[in-house]
Design a protein around this ligand. Structure first.
Ligand code: FAD
Length: 431
């Protein structure tokens, strides 16, 4: 039912589109502004996993022992571009602070609270927008190439179990029975039936965007320079000097959201964690479901457009040139596990994950105005958490108690008082 109020959503990635869907469902007039609405950002090229079982943050006890080894390999799973390192320090400091056992426990519960709602929100949104057939619910298998690797991860699987994740341990023979294309290098596996994947991330955002426009959402192709609060609403300043007035605004600009939030007076620790992939159109092997390669930190997803091999976490800022040698390195790794795979016709891609140091999204109101809502920072899980984020944005727009307690996701977790700043070694680098 129409309520005669206008919501402007900044960003037409999967998060912005899901927020727009819920704003429309709540009866708002909706405008989405994106400088490149059909562009090639994270939502268009990700691995397509509905990774509901991923409830453990990136910063965990003991990571600091492993990370330097990963970084020794220039094309390994983790890298920091030298020129960007000083700017990364506040983020890294916060990342180190949330790696204690008690913080991991708190953050995992917060991740499980969102991920646990995924199908409740995603299935109806897909059904209403004609996307029901794009969701493939066959679970995923995490594979290990050594018994040791499997036993080292045991405590993480136990923690996941305690948070409601279904976990089935598999022998090498059971893995190969389910996925015959996997070679003898696989020694162990874990099946997570709640995981699912989609046919093609680009198809999802293209169809969702088209559905929204067909149902009355206005799509404006502009860069948003700044958002300013005014009495009972906000002004959105777009390039070229135009101002768009709205009752409410949603900041869903992915890895670019930090600047918009900072202009509104909120300190945000948000970095680009660039990921890479290669999509092999005719791989000559087939997989039933997504495979996660635990020790080497990458995944393979059987999409409708080909087999997508994806991974890598590169911290180099938003403006660094991509290094597609990483996409090639992932194909080389995949051939170790999938010996029959033909990797010659790959399409390479890179995209910016919007990463917070505690692996939690920023979800909630801006400090300066209840009419400006943040919905960004979903890191590795933006597709998974998209529909639930949209639902929570809808709750905030109409002032309903949100379906999930939002305290853990508040932007205020990055706020720092002047007194604390003097004791914070990273404050000097605050942007
Ligand atoms: C390699 C890789 C694999 C991944 N795999 C998965 C996966 O399997 N499952 C999963 O759940 N997640 C995955 N992710 C993460 C997921 O893709 C992201 O978390 C999600 O796409 C973020 O969506 P978003 O809408 O916030 O941002 P984006 O998709 O980046 O969209 C942001 C939009 O905002 C626009 N914009 C930015 N600033 C402005 C401005 N000032 N004015 C106008 N427009 C602006 C941009 O043009 C863009 O269209 C993966 C990511 C990568 C990189």
């Amino acid at each position: 039912m129409a309520n005669n109020s206008r919501v402007v959503v900044v960003g037409a990635g999967i998060i912005g589109l899901s927020a727009a869907y819920h704003a429309l469902a709540e009866g708002f007039d909706v405008t989405i502004i994106d400088r490149e609405p059909a562009g090639d950002k994270a939502s268009f090229g990700n691995a397509g996993g509905i990774a509901v079982t991923e409830v453990i943050p990136a910063s965990v006890p003991g990571l600091w022992r492993k990370a330097p080894f990963w970084m020794l390999d220039p094309l390994g799973p983790l890298s920091v571009r030298f020129a960007h390192a000083p700017r990364l320090l506040p983020w890294l400091w916060h990342f180190s602070q949330v790696g204690s056992a008690s913080e991991v426990d708190r953050i995992s519960k917060a991740l499980a609270a969102i991920n646990g709602r995924t199908y409740e929100d995603l299935v109806p949104m897909f059904a209403a927008t004609g996307l029901a057939g794009e969701l493939i619910r066959r679970g995923a298998i995490t594979v290990y190439e050594s018994e040791n690797g499997f036993f080292k991860d045991r405590h993480e699987w136990d923690l996941k179990r305690s948070l409601g994740v279904e976990v089935q341990e598999l022998s090498a023979a059971q893995v190969r029975e389910m996925e015959p294309a996997l070679g003898p290098v696989v020694k162990r596996g874990v099946f997570t039936p709640q995981w699912s994947h989609i046919t093609d991330p680009k198809k999802i955002v293209d169809l969702l965007r088209a559905w929204l426009v067909a149902n009355g959402v206005e799509l404006v192709q502009e860069n948003v320079d700044r958002i300013g609060p005014v009495k009972d609403g906000c002004e959105v300043f777009v390039s070229g000097g135009r101002t768009i007035n709205a009752d409410k605004a949603v900041v869903a600009a992915g890895a670019w959201s930090g600047e918009l939030a900072r202009q509104l007076g909120d300190r945000v620790l948000l970095e680009s964690e660039r990921g890479y992939n290669t999509t092999i159109v005719e791989p000559r092997v087939s997989l039933e479901r997504e495979i996660i390669f635990a020790e080497r930190k990458f995944v393979a997803t059987p999409l409708s457009v080909g087999l997508r091999i994806g991974g890598a976490a590169e911290f180099g800022g938003l403006n660094a040139e991509p290094n597609y040698a990483r996409s090639k390195a992932l194909v080389k790794l995949a051939r170790i596990y999938l010996p029959g795979m033909d990797g010659t016709d790959g399409i390479e891609w890179a995209g910016h994950r919007p990463a917070t140091p505690d692996s939690l999204p920023v979800l909630g109101r801006a400090s300066v105005s209840p009419n400006i809502i943040y919905a960004f920072g979903h890191g590795h899980l933006g597709l998974t958490q998209s529909a639930t984020t949209g639902k929570l944005v809808g709750d905030l727009l109409v002032g309903r108690p949100p379906a999930v307690d939002l305290e853990a996701y508040s932007v205020n977790r990055f706020a720092i008082s002047k007194k604390d700043a003097l004791n914070d070694p990273a404050y000097v680098f605050l942007r």
